[in-house]
Design a protein around this ligand. Structure first.
Ligand SMILES: [Zn+2]
Length: 443
């Protein structure tokens, strides 16, 4: 089965539409379709994707030439020769009365719509080159402009002018000893520049000061620092201001014979950076070491104040409460789930911890919830409330829409249970779900 999609929608009558270029066309092949098991009547046992990421016949060593039976045909016949190839952890597969659902595996909802297809093939987010960082709105425009010139090696130092065929006697005014003036010397090795780089050394990352080429040094700093962190913001802006201030002073000394004071330069840079950080709100506070480095340089950044909220586990008003949690060390990666049932006094009635192989945290959460409910039913325990720290999962029971097609099987079991017994599913903060979290991590 093939579906045609494209990077853009070309609906006629829409003024923003445009023609689809052949390079933008992408095919969704059968391997991108998955099946959620219901009564098993529509799923081809060997040919369709219903366990793992590819059809069973592709992952098996032996080849099957006969047409594939449906899952229903295989599971209802205990002696069917294909029963033996079902993986061990799936040997308790149960058919339900629901219909099988075909999903677009690459999407979360699993539905094939123009939007879901478009979301698959479009590029997400706006990617900016680190180069844009020099144009931050709180940076001095002149410093930004000069940094741009420096990164393009377009600064009219003596050496550069000589390269253009105009040979003048060259003399660096920023050193006590006579030296030819070239870009790397003026902005890295001159007495003036050396003192300033030494001054900002506490905020420079290891390895930033090693480039003797000033353009590479500045580019390295801009590339590795983000502007959301106060430490990195100060590092970038100080570096840009150092080159800009050195250039200004160099021109003044060369053409106006003005004497410079290195201290005055530092004060200028300090004042400009202070004004910039006063206007900034940083999302990221930075590490204590970074904050120390900032203070060492004489800067003060207002720390982000977060209001505290009292969080605790609330016992159920009546009956028993099930707390569940899923743990995954990445998405996707090996995951597990845990949970426990407690009464109104906080006494643990039962607890579970189960490893689920590869999956996402949401998948682990849904499976853990299903396991918790199944175990409670088997033990004859009546659950009145279910607590989870996954807002997505909790909301899905309110809306009745599965949060993701791959956890649909377990989610539907819990949904049926919740509807049938009038059980409440509520969200709790992670801090109030610590025991279940520990059990999930243990799994
Ligand atoms: Zn010099």
């Amino acid at each position: 089965m093939y579906w045609l999609s494209s990077r853009c929608c070309s609906s006629s009558g829409n003024t923003s539409s445009r023609r689809i270029r052949p390079s933008e066309v992408q095919l969704f092949t059968i391997s991108e379709l998955g099946w959620v098991l219901g009564n098993g009547a529509s799923i081809k046992f060997l040919d369709d994707v219903w366990i793992g990421k590819k059809p069973l016949k592709e992952s098996l060593s032996s080849t099957f030439l006969e047409p594939s039976p449906t899952i229903r045909e295989v599971l209802l016949d205990q002696n069917h020769h294909l029963c033996s190839i079902i993986p061990h952890d799936l040997d308790q597969l149960q058919l339900s009365s629901h219909k099988d659902i075909c999903v677009l595996a690459a999407t979360n909802k699993g539905t094939f719509t123009l939007k879901s297809a478009y979301d698959q093939v479009r590029s997400h987010g706006v990617k900016h080159s680190p180069f844009y960082r020099i144009w931050h709105r709180h940076f001095s425009r002149r410093a930004s402009m000069f940094s741009w010139l420096l990164l393009h090696r377009a600064v009219p130092v003596d050496d550069h002018i000589a390269e253009c065929g105009i040979n003048l006697p060259s003399h660096c005014c920023c050193c006590r000893r006579p030296h030819v003036e070239d870009m790397n010397h003026l902005f890295v090795h001159s007495d003036l520049a050396k003192g300033l780089w030494l001054w900002v050394s506490p905020v420079l990352h290891a390895g930033h000061g090693i480039h003797m080429n000033i353009s590479l040094r500045l580019w390295d700093i801009i590339k590795s620092c983000s502007l959301t962190n106060p430490h990195d913001f100060i590092t970038i802006y100080c570096s840009m201001l150092i080159v800009w201030e050195v250039w200004k002073i160099r021109c003044k000394m060369k053409f106006e014979q003005v004497k410079y004071s290195s201290n005055l330069l530092r004060q200028n840079i300090h004042a400009l950076v202070t004004i910039a950080i006063e206007n900034m709100v940083f999302n990221d506070a930075g590490t204590p070491q970074q904050m120390e480095a900032i203070v060492e340089l004489g800067f003060f950044v207002q720390p982000i104040v977060k209001l505290g909220k009292l969080v605790r586990w609330f016992p159920p008003l009546q009956g028993l409460a099930l707390n569940i949690d899923g743990a995954s060390k990445g998405n996707p990666s090996p995951c597990g789930g845990g949970g426990l049932v407690r009464n109104a006094y906080g006494t643990v009635v039962l607890a579970l911890s189960h490893f689920y192989a590869a999956g996402t945290s949401l998948l682990a959460e849904a499976q853990a919830m299903c396991d918790g409910v199944q175990l409670a039913v088997e033990q004859g325990i009546f659950i009145a409330e279910i607590y989870s720290d996954s807002m997505t999962l909790v909301n899905s029971f309110r809306t009745g829409l599965s949060p993701s097609w791959d956890c649909h099987r377990w989610w539907r079991f819990v949904l049926d249970f919740v509807h049938h017994h009038g059980v409440r599913v509520s969200h709790v903060y992670r801090e109030a779900n610590q025991v279940a979290d520990a059990l999930a991590n243990f799994a």
